[in-house]
Write a protein that binds this ligand. Sequence first.
Ligand code: SAH
Ligand code: SF4
Ligand code: F3S
Length: 461
Amino acid sequence: MLFNGLKYHLRTFGCQMNQHDSERIAGMLEEQGAMLAASIEQADIVVYVTCCVRQAADMRLLGQVASLKGLPTPTGGKRLIAVGGCLAQRDGEKLVEQLPHIDIVFGTHNIAMLPELIKSALDTSQPQVSTLSDVQADEMVPATSLPARRENKWHAWLPIMTGCNNFCSYCIVPYVRGRERSRPFEEILREVEMLLADGVVEITLLGQNVNSYGRDLYGQPRFAEILKAVGESGVDRLRFVTSHPKDLSVETIAAFAQTKAVMPHLQLPVQSGSDNILAAMNRLYTADDYRGLVHLVRQASMDAGKGGKTYLGSVAFSTDIIVGFPGETESDFQATCDLVEEIGFSQVFSFIYSRREGTPAASLVDENTPEQIQERYQRLVKIVQKSAWEQNQLELGIPTPVLFEGISKRDQTMLTGRSPKNTTVHAKLPPDRSISDYIGKIHPVRIDTAKTWYLSGDLLD
Ligand code: SAH
Ligand code: SF4
Ligand code: F3S
């Protein structure tokens, strides 16, 4: 073992792909004898897994790393700082020039090399910088086949593919995560079996665009087959992120609607409700295409009885929206607001456009002022809140199976979990029961209160 007794701390930014990578990093370090430290102060090595999708993410990371300078370890020794993830992949050597107290920089394609890099940094006291190009990545052990230390016993992230071929004009992800690479079907199913044997009740399939799974493995099963196979494996709950609307096939919609374990929630990023902006974003669908998909999913789900209810809201839709893409006019923005009102999203992740050097949109000029964009963003937030509140009202009085995840920070007797539609649900812990009767398990709750961001009610068992 390389690191007997060494204490590590992990800080993860960005999307679920990074959360998953962090679980593999933790698994790998622990396999080499390292132990999780309760805080950064107690750690001999701090690993940052970074994101660079928007500028705010860059700044947070740099600020946090800068504040570690000179902070002593409990034993008085030197603390190693390792920076990985998407920002590290993008900036490589430049990161050490900016912050010379960084000891290790590793990219998104060579996570498996981290133990060696730590060893070299410890042995030589020299900064170790190693990122690989997308082409070199084919030679590496992918992060997906490393051991994982899962955050929760009952939930697992399961990457089915990595990378992205879409090149939306604003997005840095294809440059830092490389081309699409699908994991072999059998490997995914083997991992599912292992996870089930380990007590996992909920699996989230991961990929930048899960809908294009298998396109690079000619003759292999596609995403619809994965949904069916994993959905019928015995797992209680199956979720997946993210789906690109242009690749959501009728087969996938049918598998989504008909496979019982697949939860009635679809995260389907629309980005804008204006066809001009969608074209400039290189999204390759129109707002009406999007409306058509939502309709198809609702219809197929209703036919299959998904969600167990008969009204049209039986599938929850969530989405991502970018406000202030270069050239966005007031009427483009209004089209986005109209679409949000019309669809009735349960959740919207809205982002102010952030210029990313090296992407095609970075060269576009924008005449909107930051104040105008901010004002639009606030207007959208209000519409989103109204829409989320309205969607939650539809849940009142309905017995809802909740997978409990923990207790409320403010009230130790309040359990919190998630409904099938991925809404937070609170329920009072019965006085004669203990928390462990519920955490990681599914119990029904009758919903009697519906707020904007959560539901609550009484446990039915
Ligand atoms: N692959 C996923 C998510 C990628 S990043 C997908 O396509 O859905 C998550 C979200 O960040 C995107 O959906 C988009 O809304 C937002 N995003 C990406 N690049 C951005 C940028 N340059 N500025 C603002 N938001 C951005
Ligand atoms: Fe970025 Fe578009 Fe790929 Fe999503 S689909 S990761 S937004 S390029
Ligand atoms: Fe960020 Fe990389 Fe995910 S840029 S959003 S962590 S793929």
